[in-house]
Design a binder for this molecule. Structure first.
Ligand SMILES: [Zn+2]
Length: 269
């Protein structure tokens, strides 16, 4: 009887023991486009971009537990179809708490749809321009580091350079998410003096050679670089020159077009 009692106590203690927490960053294989899911150790889900079509809903379903239909923060880096179109399906099918975007001007129909769905569903939406830190819990934050200033209502000749760039600092790991910025934006970030050193780099603009300058990569100095490009895409992404440039620096390169969805998990004790 006494033994049974002790066993019951031990099972009770085991069940009470908190699970070791994890940070998961998943680079969803959405074809030619970007979509990154951050699952923080504190339970928040952040989605950066949604790829070119509704396939992101299925990919999110595979990455998240089956009961999880909540995105705490959805970030649109810039309104190009390979980043925004899938977000519209996510906004329709998931419970989205908050949206962050730059408010840049563009006439893409999917951008109108994006803003309309958000308005219809009464979702909180904020424009970001200039530094902003989103705190998620102890030693865990997402910092918006670019655009450097408010660009709301402005139009860009090259929308890629309006992309939101953010840095995740969590579980003693740092990640730089660069959207589709090109050389000009990379230069502006370097001149600003912001610390972009990161363990993991989401390679800018699907590994294009109009981005990812030698100097920018030297400052980021990642251990691991992830390229979000679609298998057999017509743009020739990623550029072989950029892949070689990263490899010459001793950076491990992972690509969605080769590996499929890439999931990085870090345990926190
Ligand atoms: Zn893109």
């Amino acid at each position: 009887m006494k033994r049974l009692f002790l066993l019951a106590i031990m099972i009770f203690i085991f069940l009470l023991k908190p699970e070791s927490r994890e940070l998961q960053v998943t680079f969803l294989n959405v074809g030619e486009g970007d979509s990154i899911l951050i699952e923080s150790p504190f339970g928040q889900n952040i989605l950066i971009d949604g790829g070119p079509d509704e396939d992101v809903v299925r990919k999110l379903g595979e990455a998240l537990p089956f009961w999880e239909r909540k995105i705490d923060l959805l970030i649109l880096t810039h309104p190009h179809s390979d980043h925004i179109t899938g977000l519209n399906s996510v906004l329709e099918r998931f419970y989205v708490d908050r949206v962050l975007y730059t408010g840049v001007e563009d006439s893409l129909p999917a951008y109108d749809d994006f803003l309309k769905i958000i308005e219809d569903k009464n979702i909180l939406i904020s424009k970001v321009g200039g530094f902003k830190s989103i705190e998620m819990g102890k030693d865990c934050s997402l910092k918006i580091i670019y655009p450097l200033n408010d660009i709301s209502g402005k139009s860009f000749d090259n929308l890629n350079n309006s992309s939101i760039v953010s840095k995740l600092d969590c579980a003693n790991k740092t990640f730089l998410f660069t959207g589709d910025i090109e050389k000009e934006a990379e230069e502006a970030i370097l001149i600003s003096g912001i610390n972009i050193k990161s363990d993991v780099l989401k390679v800018a603009h699907h590994g294009s050679d109009t981005s990812n300058t030698e100097e920018f990569l030297n400052f980021v100095s990642p251990e691991l670089a992830v390229i979000q490009s679609g298998e057999g895409n017509s743009f020739g992404h990623p550029s072989l020159r950029i892949v070689k440039r990263l490899e010459r620096k001793g950076v491990q390169v992972l690509r969605n077009d080769i590996e499929g969805t890439i999931e990085l998990t870090y345990k926190i004790n």
